[in-house]
Design a protein around this ligand. Sequence first.
Ligand code: GLN
Length: 262
Amino acid sequence: MLDAIQAETESAGEALPIDVVSLYPKDMNIYGDSGNVLTIARRLALYGYAPCIHEINQGDPWPAHVDMILGGGGQDTGQKKIIDDLFARADDLRAFAADGVPMLMICGLYQLFGHYFETIDGTRLDGISIIGAHTVGRDVRMIGNLVEHSARFGDIIGYENHSGQTFLDPGVEPLGRVDHEGTGNNGEDHTEGARVNNVIGTYMHGSLLPKNPAISDFLIRSAVERRYGSFEPRQTKEWAAELKRIDAIAAKARTVAANRPR
Ligand code: GLN
């Protein structure tokens, strides 16, 4: 699928490249998180840019350009596997974040982008503190479809499945607010996820991006503007029709997910 999207763009000629890192697809990729990478690739291509997807696993060097980083969730065991490699990259990741590289970190990586994650068995995994938050494992899992409200992105719809309870530092902006108890960051304060400049951390799987075009477009616009100064999507009839078609499917998926809450 990715190959097809990339081949299609290459044959279209002059498109400007955008380098997207898919971080730890081998160890951190559950509940459809790789769909986020496909969505970004497809939308970038529709906007007339050439998506270059780099799968970066443990030990792999960064590509020459990094315009966006997408990371998925993983069980506690997956998190333990990648933690040393994550620490080896921590300074680079902090520098990318400070330089405005848009990032989306789901669940397991969201937790490790905070200060620490203490698992249910008492193991403490230190995080890399790009997001001011800490997480503690508990014995009840928070599972189900979830709708949260965000001033910036409207309603965000996804699927959560985690036992870690995340608490944001004072002043850290959540990605959204949930109406229900028992869901979101910790099931207590009605927050979900976090956004620190262009870095988004969230518990939303699903995949998240196919159902939430507003977040995809935020990540794409931030990446393109940072690299090229301005975002100028191509404006052909075919482009507009295909985007409309995709967004109509997203709207349907949102309705179904929102009406099948837990
Ligand atoms: N292991 C973590 C938890 O259960 C993350 C799970 C996930 O990424 N879905 O809290």
